[in-house]
Design a binder for this molecule. Structure first.
Ligand SMILES: C[S@@+](CC[C@H](N)C(=O)[O-])C[C@H]1O[C@@H](n2cnc3c(N)ncnc32)[C@H](O)[C@@H]1O
Length: 196
């Protein structure tokens, strides 16, 4: 089993507690400038797949503007999501393989793809291209840095702007690459791209 930390109810409850007060509202604000969603008085029919929804905080914010399908590879997080949001759509999906026949207008993740090894990220980018409609938008956050480590049993891969461009640019036009602060200045990178 990959990353056992996300697969037990104790660790999932611990993660949910630690993540309280954090959300991707800033990232979603950037996404909205590139992927149109709902307008006043009109529901959106723009479809968005979220990878690694975890506690569901960003899923909830995204749902205000898009038809969001949440997903996670953890049965424990999916149990939490389905019980907290019984009206929501959630899929069991591994971000590296994205085994779904559904198509989307956008794909979003917040601090998920750093758990993929380089070859898994390359495979994920290929699958994201396949799963997106023509001109579809991706929006992902990463930890900035070099190399990788194992933290609480979790594989964590750090990326530079240049390395991320290497992964995405062959299949996506990079529309925005921006440093931002999760805990401290410049510790994170946001990538937004359009399917070529
Ligand atoms: C750091 S948490 C982030 C959760 C959420 N996006 C947030 O911002 O709070 C990472 C999430 O990604 C999920 N995850 C990790 N590796 C994954 C993979 N290969 N495929 C799908 N989900 C994965 C974990 O189960 C967890 O929910």
């Amino acid at each position: 089993m990959k990353n056992p930390y996300y697969h037990t109810s104790t660790s999932v409850q611990e993660y949910i507690q630690h993540a309280e007060g954090y959300n991707g509202a800033g990232l979603i604000g950037h996404l909205k400038t590139f992927l149109s969603g709902s307008s006043p008085g009109q529901a959106s029919n723009t479809s968005l797949l979220e990878l690694g929804s975890g506690p569901g905080t960003d899923w909830e914010i995204l749902s205000q503007d898009y038809q969001v399908t949440g997903s996670d590879f953890s049965a424990e997080f999916l149990r939490h999501l389905r019980s907290k949001y019984p009206q929501g759509q959630f899929l069991e999906l591994d971000a590296s393989t994205l085994e779904t026949a559904e198509q989307f207008d956008g794909i979003y993740s917040n601090k998920v793809l750093h758990h993929l090894k380089d070859e898994e990220l390359a495979a994920s980018v290929q699958r994201q291209h396949a799963v997106l409609r023509e001109g579809g938008i991706i929006c992902h956050s990463f930890w900035k840095g070099e190399g990788s480590e194992v933290f609480k049993g979790l594989f964590v891969n750090y990326h530079s702007e240049q390395a991320l461009r290497g992964f995405f640019e062959p299949l996506f036009e990079v529309l925005l690459m921006e440093l931002y602060a999760e805990f401290e200045e410049g510790d994170s990178l946001l990538v937004i791209g359009r399917r070529r």
